[in-house]
Ligand binder design. Structure first.
Ligand code: GLN
Length: 493
């Protein structure tokens, strides 16, 4: 039997369209892998095989009738459990949303369905996307398919592990401070965060609204480009979505990059926390680019050291406000503890929030509430917003000199499960190279770049000016094709 998990989503889509293989067979094949492997890594926290097969049958019928569908029609995929799916439970990895079944689809989900993709399930995540290891899910820990003792990264750890283990050729994650790129890096797959506003956030359960962005994960850059093509575009239901034309993302993938200028972020490459093997991977990418006629230029993001502190003020501030809506009346979970007679409503809310939220979410709500409170607002939140502007300005100055920038995605390859759980700051510091793009609203992509000496994936990151996904994908594609990465699926032994 052909090993479908070794083929790219684009390749599978082509075969389905040519009717060399049916969508049903493809979907069944991946469902069988989920059945065999998911319990080992817990990438998916909900699987809906029956619905997936029905959707596949429908695609097969339409193709049989001669309809011409999108290039990825009939291809199975997984959706991070933070995106609302009509009639299908959406938990955000939180106990507080246990039992919540959205009455509508997120715009992104709607678009994927109308392009004929076949959701097979929801992927596990850190609670409300807060975390970098997928250990903060109320439903269980996701493991790294390359080494089950390691974390897949987070918060879209389930989405990355699902692709890495060949449970789905594509998955959809979200990235507020790195949550698509970081798990993609630690699991050896591609993951992209587009420009803020490029993809509608309607139906994406909000963590930090000014930073959240949806992004695809897959093995190959062309799969990322095709998925972005489906997802991108203005949506009047999201007031921050950009009303800008959507270019053709696949058309220029293989355009020559000779003569382009690529910046190497010195503050990232020389950072003391950077693992030597990760640094070597970035240097390999640099050599490959030079071989293709690219001019490499040193660039500086001088405010890099303030990016994690600024992010960990702004994101919790927004979260503390966004998460105020979960109080036991509107959604999902309500505490069954007896309310206090003198304040029944308030005590029900306190009990529901105390029992419904996990520790990391509580920590962020407290941090955010504190930083927004009278007397601290100017000292913390407002200051962080000012730093955010400086960080955006750093990128603008860099992009005056170069077309895209190159650096690491994460300081180290995947770390051990449990290793950073007792030390939140250590966990936060893993976001050093990813939060900048969120604070500045820029697109970034993480690309697999070989393995370290223990067999764990290495990765590099490319970032581009706002709305320049075409250029970003072009360089990413050329790097991947030049041999930075061979498509690999983890063998779970
Ligand atoms: N690790 C970061 C955090 O915990 C990023 C999360 C994300 O991008 N959703 O906030």
């Amino acid at each position: 039997m052909t090993r479908l998990e070794l083929q790219s989503a684009t390749e599978l889509g082509r075969k389905i369209a040519a009717r060399e293989i049916s969508s049903r067979e493809t979907t069944q094949y991946f469902l069988d892998r989920v059945e065999a492997l998911n319990s080992r890594i817990f990438a998916l926290n909900l699987v809906d095989g029956q619905r997936a097969l029905e959707l596949s049958d429908n695609i097969d019928k339409r193709l049989q009738a001669g309809e011409s569908l999108s290039p990825l029609a009939g291809v199975p995929m997984a959706i991070k459990d933070v995106l609302c799916t009509r009639g299908i439970a959406t938990t955000c990895g939180s106990r507080i949303l246990n039992g919540f079944v959205p009455p509508y689809d997120a715009t992104a989900v709607e678009k994927l369905l109308s392009a004929g993709l076949v959701p097979i399930g929801k992927s596990n995540m850190d609670e409300f996307a807060m975390g970098g290891s997928t250990e903060n899910s109320a439903y269980g820990v996701t493991r790294n398919p390359w080494n089950l003792a390691c974390t897949p990264g987070g918060s879209s750890g389930g989405a990355a592990a699902a692709v890495a283990a060949g449970l789905a050729p594509i998955s959809i994650g979200t990235d507020t401070g790195g949550s698509v790129r970081q798990p993609a890096a630690l699991c050896g797959v591609c993951g992209m965060k587009p420009t803020y506003g490029r993809i509608s956030r309607y139906g994406l359960v909000a963590f930090a609204s000014s930073l959240d962005q949806i992004g695809p994960l897959a093995h190959r850059v062309e799969d990322i480009a095709s998925t972005l093509q489906i997802l991108a575009g203005y949506d009047q239901r999201d007031s921050t979505s950009l009303n800008e034309p959507v270019p053709e993302y696949c058309k220029q993938l293989d355009a020559p990059i000779k003569g382009l200028r690529v910046g190497v972020i010195r503050e990232h490459l020389e950072h003391e926390s950077l693992d030597p093997e990760v640094r070597a991977a970035v240097e390999r990418a640099q050599l490959l680019l030079e071989d293709m006629g690219v001019t490499m230029v040193d660039v500086h993001l001088p405010h890099t050291k303030y990016s994690v502190p600024a992010y960990y003020l702004i994101a919790p501030c927004e979260a503390s406000s966004n998460l105020a809506r979960y109080e036991g009346t509107h959604y999902g979970f309500r505490s069954s503890a007896a309310p206090q007679a003198d304040s029944p409503l308030e005590s029900m809310m306190v009990n529901s929030r105390s029992e419904g939220f996990g520790n990391e979410v509580k920590r962020r709500i407290m941090l955010g509430t504190f930083a927004l409170s009278a007397g601290y607002y100017d000292a913390y939140y407002k200051k962080a917003l000012r730093v955010r502007r400086l960080i955006a300005q750093d990128y603008r100055s860099a992009f005056d000199k170069v077309d895209v920038v190159l650096g690491p995605t994460t300081p180290t390859p995947a770390f051990k499960l449990g290793e950073k759980l007792d030390d939140p700051v250590q966990m936060y510091l893993c976001d050093l190279f990813t939060v900048g793009a969120n604070l500045a609203g820029l697109p970034g992509i993480s690309l697999p770049a070989g393995q370290d000496e223990t067999g764990l994936p290495l990765a590099v990151q490319l970032q581009a000016p706002a709305l320049d996904e075409v250029q970003l994908l072009n360089v990413a594609y050329q790097l991947q094709t030049a041999g930075l990465f061979q498509q690999q699926v983890a063998e779970l032994s």
